[in-house]
Write a protein that binds this ligand. Sequence first.
Ligand code: URA
Length: 249
Amino acid sequence: MRLDKFLADMQIGSRKEVKKYIKGRLVRVNGQVVTSDKTQVTEEDQILFDGQPVIYQKYFYYLLHKPQGVVSATTDRRDPTVLSLLKEDAREDLFPVGRLDKDTEGLLLITNDGELAHRLLSPKKHVEKEYFAKIDGIMTKEDVAAFAQGVTIDGGEETMPAELTLLTRDETTQTSEIRLILHEGKFHQVKRMVKAVGKKVTYLKRLRMGSLVLEDSLKLGTYRPLTADEIAQLQVTNEEKSLRNNQTT
Ligand code: URA
């Protein structure tokens, strides 16, 4: 690949900036200063920027705290996308893993690792997704029992069992707050499950996806790279974890 693309992909700067750095003799390839941005390099070459090694990184992982009003897509003709919240020089091959509705907030993983995304979204892997929701109506113990069995959502689909926790209830306003853990990801699933028991979601936030947790300190609309530990944890799905546990007991 071209040296300027390599450096831009490794987040040294925008394509324009890295061209300047190369012209400014700040970049060495295998010990030699190079001044052409067209120089071809591979992962094996030793590349220094301003004396510091630039280590090749194929995959990038970010945890975004999605705000309302942006869509979980790479492009959209009408609405801003979650990718528009990333820095201008972010890699062009990033995409969101799965979807949150336009009016849903919370944890969204952004990566260019297609294989990991596929595993996390695979219906067979049952990766847990945990949500906090505000409800118009009072969610009840009967709803907890119904969700634990699985409910029929509109269109006649059966959901898998889901763990519903009742957090607060306000009799005066006839509203309540819940936490819900799903093991699958059907379209508008939380809203449709709540509708199936006769109530309405008025606010929805995803708190967790598998082992990945949204921390309180990550402000709405901002993002951060995943830690090495978080990436390693994500590579192992629940099924594989329980398989390992069973093998060791
Ligand atoms: N369930 C929903 O209804 N909406 C979301 O955005 C995510 C889960």
